[in-house]
Design a protein around this ligand. Structure first.
Ligand SMILES: Cc1cc2nc3c(=O)[nH]c(=O)nc-3n(C[C@H](O)[C@H](O)[C@H](O)COP(=O)(O)OP(=O)(O)OC[C@H]3O[C@@H](n4cnc5c(N)ncnc54)[C@H](O)[C@@H]3O)c2cc1C
Length: 431
């Protein structure tokens, strides 16, 4: 069988790429070993849409993508009979603490026209009395006796009113997959890619687990936490300067304390002072995760097919006790509601959207627990990279850029190159 493009992975990335490429007339086949669009790590996503990143390109990209989420139905362009994902606007509060003074953030937000307020501890408590605004820095393990120390100072915060989250990340992937199908893309599930074919020095298709061969002009790796394995299959992993691998994480959904539910206008919170993030969720719940503070061990894993997707007491206790420091009315829940999930983490926690050393083989990976929000524009990035290759332009030597439709500013794609050697980054899920 022959097609123009094979996309390995039908998560939010694969679906976005399929939509963009099928709209521009390419014949696309998406192959996914799971059972539905977005059923991989996308389904576990907290789906937070925020603009706090560390550098020009990452903040600009998040702000440009946000405009798409704000107008989701228009972007998708085809009404999905299974329903359309919805944007829930909450605003986003980030506490200013050691190592995060928000100065660079504010400079870039000013440049891009992103609205925000700088709030004193008193103003934070006036708006959301549920908060303890004391400073606990540095984040500590709960076994450390100093974990229980009283706060020793007060925290200021930045608040942006436009951030929010998508109510159903898997449905968002489904929406794009449905629209891509309407433009002619084919999605095949329960279909695992086991080999990347080469012919005449370029990628020429894939082989499936059942032995079937699909020939194609382009192959795109959007395999999420399996992406490193697929890059190794294609023989392009070793030349990458930025490596990536699966990291196991857990997120929890405990009941929200009074004053911190959606109906209380509670914001999404980034709390690097304690090493956590949380947001209100539907059903009077919270969604809570960690920001990989230095005191937490990181659980990198070798095999994205063999790991524990249940929660563990180690994570649960850490997350609940940290939350109780910031929201004193948070009661430790009787039941632990949560999941284990995988990030595909790059060395610097910035994603890799790039060509490879193998002509015809491209990658959208290393999404580091923070790229759901950027998926809509990744389709365009990959199209631009592929078109450049067709025109004989080597992106490694002549870096490409994409103009943001909202700001008119250039997003420089070399910021996401597999060959980058340095970049401003938080070095954790904040990106
Ligand atoms: C717990 C958690 C919380 C997160 N929170 C946020 C957040 O708040 N905001 C944010 O912006 N981002 C967040 N992220 C990150 C974001 O969700 C991911 O970056 C994004 O969903 C990754 O999408 P993907 O399509 O690359 O991967 P996936 O959704 O994992 O899709 C990859 C697909 O590839 C398939 N596949 C793999 N190997 C093969 C193969 N050999 N053959 C065929 N198919 C294959 C898999 O079955 C899978 O369906 C979070 C992630 C997690 C895990």
């Amino acid at each position: 069988m022959k097609t123009d493009v094979v996309i390995i992975g039908g998560g939010v990335m694969g679906a976005s790429i399929a939509l963009e490429l099928s709209k521009t007339g390419r014949k696309v086949i998406v192959l996914d070993k799971g059972g539905a669009p977005g059923a991989g790590s996308t389904s576990a996503s907290s789906a937070i849409i925020r603009f706090t990143y560390s550098n020009f390109n990452t903040i600009l990209m998040a702000w440009e993508n946000a405009q798409i989420w704000f107008n989701w139905d228009k972007f998708v362009g085809v009404q999905d009979p299974d329903g359309m994902a919805k944007y829930v606007k909450t605003g986003y509060l980030v506490f200013l603490t050691e190592g995060y003074d928000g100065v660079r953030q504010r400079e870039l937000w000013d440049e891009f026209g992103i609205p925000y307020e700088l709030l004193s501890p008193e103003e934070v408590r006036k708006r959301w009395p549920a908060f303890e605004t004391g400073k606990f820095y540095p984040p500590k393990s709960i076994e450390d006796p100093a974990f229980a120390d009283d706060p020793y100072d007060q925290l200021w915060a930045l608040f942006d009113p436009l951030s929010g989250f998508m109510d159903d990340p898997m449905l968002a992937a489904h929406n794009m997959a449905h629209a891509a199908k309407a433009h002619g893309a084919e999605f095949r599930f329960h279909t695992e890619v086991t080999e990347v074919l080469r012919d005449g020095g370029r990628a020429s298709g894939v082989v499936l687990k059942n032995g079937e061969r699909i020939e194609s002009q382009f192959v795109i790796n959007a395999a999420g936490p399996h992406a490193a394995k697929v890059n190794k299959l294609a023989g392009v992993f070793d030349e990458m300067k930025v490596k990536h691998q699966p990291l196991r994480q857990e997120v929890f959904s405990p009941p929200a304390p009074k004053g911190f539910r959606l109906e209380d206008d509670a914001p999404i919170v980034a709390d690097l002072d304690l090493g956590q993030y949380f947001r209100p969720h539907m059903g009077d719940l919270l969604n809570v995760g960690t920001t990989e503070p230095a005191c937490d061990p990181l659980h990198f894993i070798d095999d994205a097919d063999n790991w524990n997707d249940n929660t563990t007491p180690e994570f649960a206790e850490r997350v609940m006790l940290r939350l109780a420091r910031r929201l004193p009315d948070f009661g430790i829940p009787l039941k632990t509601l949560g999941i284990g999930a995988l990030y595909d983490v790059s060395d610097d926690w910035i994603p890799i959207y790039d060509k490879s050393s193998l002509p015809g083989f491209f990658m959208a990976c290393g999404t580091s627990g923070n790229q759901f929000k950027n998926a809509p524009l990744v389709g365009k990035f990959m199209r631009v990279l592929m078109e450049a290759e067709e025109q004989g332009i080597d992106h490694d030597l002549t870096p490409l850029s994409v103009t943001g439709e909202h700001t008119g500013k250039e997003i420089h794609l070399d910021a996401f190159s597999r060959l980058r050697t340095s970049g401003e980054t938080a070095g954790n899920v904040m990106g």
